[in-house]
Unconditional design. Structure first.
Length: 431
C-alpha cells in the first residue's frame, strides 16, 4: 500500500484452501481483509490466527501474521462484511451433480448474501471456475436484481480464474500470470489494478469475463485430453511390449511434443469436473467427451489386467494405496479409488484402503475398510494397487507382503526390479 493511500477493505467469500490463501496474501500486501465462510470452525480458526488448511507451505505463517497485525479476520455474516467492502473476491465451490450437470447450490447462496450487502462502487470478482457466461448472465444479473444496482456503472464486475495447484499455491501465484476479464472497461481496470497491488504478479487482461471463464476451462480440457492420449498410448505400448516412459521421454525432446504421463485415473476438483462446463453447455461429441470416457475407463482397464493375471479376484485381498486423488494432498474428490473399489467389489474381492493423509476413522467413515500395517495383515494381501504415491510410500517395506502375488503400479512410480526382487510380480501402465 502506497504512503497516504486509503487502505481498502477486501472481503473474500469462501475460506477453503484457495480462499484462505488469497485472503492471507492480500492482508500481507497491505489490505484490510475480512474472510467469510459458512463453517463456524473455520471462522474460529482464522480469528485465532490459525490456518485450517494443512500442507500448504507458507500459509500458516501468513495467517498468523495477518492475525497479529489485525489485517485479517473472519465472520459468518457475509452480508454485513460485503457492506464494508471496496472489493469482494468470490471463491465458493461450484461442483457437478451425478449426471455431471452444474451444481450451483453453494454459489447461489453466497451470491444472494453478497447482493444483499452490496453497495455502490464495490468491485466484485469471481475466481471460482465457472461455465462461460455465468459471471455476467447468472451472477451479475442476480447481483443487480437483489441490490438494485447496475453492473458496470454502480458496481464493477470481473472474473479472474484461480490457476494454482494444491501444496504450491504461494509459489504458483508468482509463477503464473493472473488472467483478468471485466464486463466493461471500468470493471477490467479496477480488477486489474487490485491484483497488481494485492498479489504483485503479472496480469493478462482479456476482452471479457467470458474470455477469462473460457480460458480456465480450456486449460483443464487440454490436460484431460492430453492425459487420455497418454493413457491410450500406454495401453497400446503394453500390447506392443514397449516402455511408454521411454517413449514419452524420447518424444518430448521434440519441442512440439508435450505428451503427459499416463495414470490409473484422473481425480480432483478440476480435470474430471470442469470439462463438463463445456460438454453440458453445447460442446458436441468430440475430444473432450472422449477424454472423459478414456480417463474414467482406466480403472476398468486396470482391474481387468489384474483380474486376468490373478485368474479371478473373488475373495482375494486387495490393498489400494492412496485414497487421495493424487500424491501428498488430503483430498478425495473424484479420486480413482472410488472407481477401483466399485470394480473390485463387482469382482467380489476384499478391498482395503490405506492413506497416510487420512486416519483409520476417516477412511471407515467413508464406508471403506482401512488397512492397518501389522505383520499378520501384510502377509494376507494378495494384490497391491498404487493409486496415489504419497512420499510416505517411498520407504514402504514391500518385502513384508510375503504372500503378495502382484503389484499394479497405477502411477508408474516404483522401480519394477525393486518389487520383483521380493517375489512380487509387477505391472505398470505401458511398461
Amino acid at each position: 500500500m502506497k504512503k497516504g493511500q486509503k487502505r481498502q477493505t477486501v472481503v473474500v467469500v469462501g475460506l477453503g484452501k484457495i480462499g484462505l490463501t488469497m485472503a492471507a496474501i492480500y492482508a500481507s500486501n497491505g489490505f484490510h481483509v475480512i474472510g467469510t465462510d459458512v463453517n463456524p470452525a473455520v471462522i474460529e480458526s482464522v480469528n485465532s490466527g490459525k490456518s485450517h488448511v494443512k500442507n500448504e507451505p507458507g500459509l500458516d505463517e501468513l495467517v498468523e501474521k495477518g492475525h497479529q497485525t489485525q489485517q485479517l479476520s473472519a465472520t459468518l455474516d457475509t452480508k454485513v462484511a460485503v457492506s464494508k467492502a471496496d472489493i469482494v473476491v468470490v471463491v465458493v465451490p461450484v461442483l457437478v451433480y451425478e449426471d455431471n450437470d452444474v451444481d450451483y447450490t453453494y454459489m447461489d447462496a453466497a451470491v444472494d448474501q453478497i447482493a444483499a450487502g452490496l453497495t455502490k462502487n464495490t468491485t466484485v470478482i469471481f475466481e471460482t471456475t465457472l461455465p462461460t457466461g455465468d459471471t455476467r448472465d447468472r451472477f451479475g444479473a442476480k447481483l443487480e436484481a437483489v441490490s438494485g444496482l447496475i453492473a458496470g456503472t454502480d458496481f464493477f464486475l470481473a472474473y479472474s480464474p484461480e490457476r494454482v495447484y494444491s501444496n504450491k499455491i504461494l509459489s504458483d501465484l508468482k509463477k503464473y500470470p493472473k488472467i483478468v476479464g471485466g464486463i466493461n472497461q471500468s470493471s477490467l481496470e479496477r480488477a486489474s489494478a487490485f491484483y497488481k497491488q494485492s498479489i504483485q504478479a503479472d496480469i493478462i487482461e482479456v476482452e471479457s469475463t467470458e474470455t477469462a471463464e473460457f480460458a480456465k476451462v480450456a486449460e483443464c480440457v487440454y490436460r484431460d485430453v492430453n492425459i487420455a492420449l497418454a493413457n491410450e498410448l500406454a495401453v497400446y505400448a503394453s500390447e506392443k511390449k514397449v516402455n511408454i516412459l521411454e517413449v514419452i521421454q524420447a518424444s518430448n525432446t521434440q519441442p512440439y511434443s508435450h505428451i503427459h504421463s499416463p495414470g490409473i485415473g484422473v481425480g480432483g476438483h478440476c480435470i474430471p469436473i470442469y470439462p463438463y462446463f463445456f460438454m453440458k453447455r453445447g460442446l458436441p461429441e468430440g475430444l473432450a467427451h472422449l477424454a472423459r470416457k478414456v480417463n474414467d475407463g482406466m480403472s476398468i482397464y486396470s482391474i481387468k489386467e489384474i483380474d486376468d493375471y490373478m485368474d479371478g479376484l473373488k475373495d482375494k485381498r486387495v490393498l489400494i494405496l492412496g485414497l487421495s486423488y493424487r500424491e501428498n494432498v488430503k483430498e478425495e474428490t473424484k479420486s480413482t479409488t472410488w472407481l477401483l473399489v466399485d470394480q473390485l467389489k463387482q469382482k467380489q474381492a476384499k478391498v482395503f484402503v490405506h492413506d497416510p493423509m487420512f486416519t483409520n476413522i476417516e477412511i471407515k467413515n467413508r464406508s471403506l475398510t482401512p488397512f492397518i500395517f501389522t505383520e499378520d495383515e501384510t502377509k494376507k494381501i494378495d494384490v497391491i494397487i498404487v493409486q496415489a504415491f504419497h512420499d510416505e510410500y517411498k520407504n514402504l517395506e514391500f518385502s513384508s507382503f510375503s504372500n503378495c502375488k502382484l503389484l499394479f503400479d497405477g502411477r508408474n512410480a516404483l522401480e519394477q526390479h525393486e518389487i520383483k526382487k521380493h517375489g512380487i510380480a509387477y505391472k505398470g501402465l505401458g511398461l
